[in-house]
Write a protein that binds this ligand. Structure first.
Ligand SMILES: Nc1ncnc2c1ncn2[C@@H]1O[C@H](COP(=O)(O)OP(=O)(O)OP(=O)(O)O)[C@@H](O)[C@H]1O
Ligand SMILES: [Mg+2]
Length: 253
């Protein structure tokens, strides 16, 4: 399904404290494609995801879902239409077993599929399916389950907020493959991944760089790489020039 953001602005906070988080963001997400949103911390990436999911209401602008204006719809309504979001910091659930939690994402899923996805996210089904999805789970374990539940739901639009965050080196490759394979198997799914990982950036059909509440650049890895490098160099140069007085010739730029 196609998602279009039309001049979305977002303000958060109250009264004098109110600040503009997103500034007239316009974006189009086509079906069948993988998009990766990247950019510096605090730039507005999660806010875009929350706007699409209906967790935040825009100050101005519209969200279209296959041409339908969904700006006024609740999170539940958007969920029913096939939009799902895996949180950057997933919530915990007291008293709910992992098996039940995953079945909430998709009641039609059978035990064989559940076991299979557990293996794919690197959590042994025998050890985990009957465990409670509460604070006793580690950050990385909860993150893997959050991603799994969105993918299990066979949703039309999957938004994954830093799926790799907190996932170890050994689990990363497995998670990357799961996300990509599940996108390929689902017909016409739109996958939107917020990520800082080069591997995810390379897998993207399109990369969107967001900073200071605006879309700074859009394109493939080759077009984006210089921008990322420039950003790093710029920062380095600033630090370096700032220290030039103290370090003199040690500073080569
Ligand atoms: N509820 C809120 N009230 C006030 N400011 C907020 C609120 N939520 C987010 N912000 C601010 O909005 C800005 C964008 O936040 P957002 O979470 O979208 O950034 P991000 O790009 O996802 O960053 P990160 O890479 O660290 O996850 C930040 O400066 C953040 O402090
Ligand atoms: Mg974020």
């Amino acid at each position: 399904m196609m998602i279009t953001l039309e001049k979305i602005s977002l303000k958060l906070g109250q009264g004098r404290e109110e600040t503009e988080i997103l500034n007239e963001i316009s974006l189009r997400f086509d079906p069948g494609k993988i998009y990766v949103i990247t950019g510096p911390n605090g730039g507005g990436k999660t806010s875009i995801a929350k706007i699409i999911m209906g967790i935040y209401q825009p100050f101005s602008g519209k969200i279209l879902y296959n041409g339908e204006d969904i700006s006024g719809l609740s999170i539940t309504e958007r969920g029913k239409r096939g939009i799902r979001y895996a949180f950057q910091s997933p919530p915990r659930f007291k008293g709910i077993e992992i098996e039940r939690l995953l079945k909430l994402a998709n009641p039609d899923v059978n035990l064989k599929e559940l076991r299979s996805i557990m293996v794919k996210i690197g959590l042994c089904p025998e050890d985990y399916l009957e465990r409670i999805a509460d604070n006793s789970l580690s950050g990385g374990e909860m993150k893997r389950l959050e991603v799994a539940s969105v993918l299990l739901s066979r949703t039309k639009v999957a938004i994954l907020d830093e799926p790799e965050a907190g996932v170890d080196l050994w689990g990363f490759e497995q998670l990357l493959n799961l996300v990509i394979n599940s996108h390929r198997q689902a017909e016409d799914r739109t996958t939107i991944i917020i990520s800082h990982s080069e591997k995810f950036l390379e897998a993207a059909d399109e990369i969107i760089v967001v900073a200071e509440g605006k879309v700074q650049k859009q394109g493939k890895m080759d077009a984006i790489r210089p921008l990322i490098m420039e950003g790093i160099q710029c920062r380095w140069r600033k630090i370096c020039l700032g220290e030039e007085e103290n370090y003199g010739s040690q500073c080569s730029r």
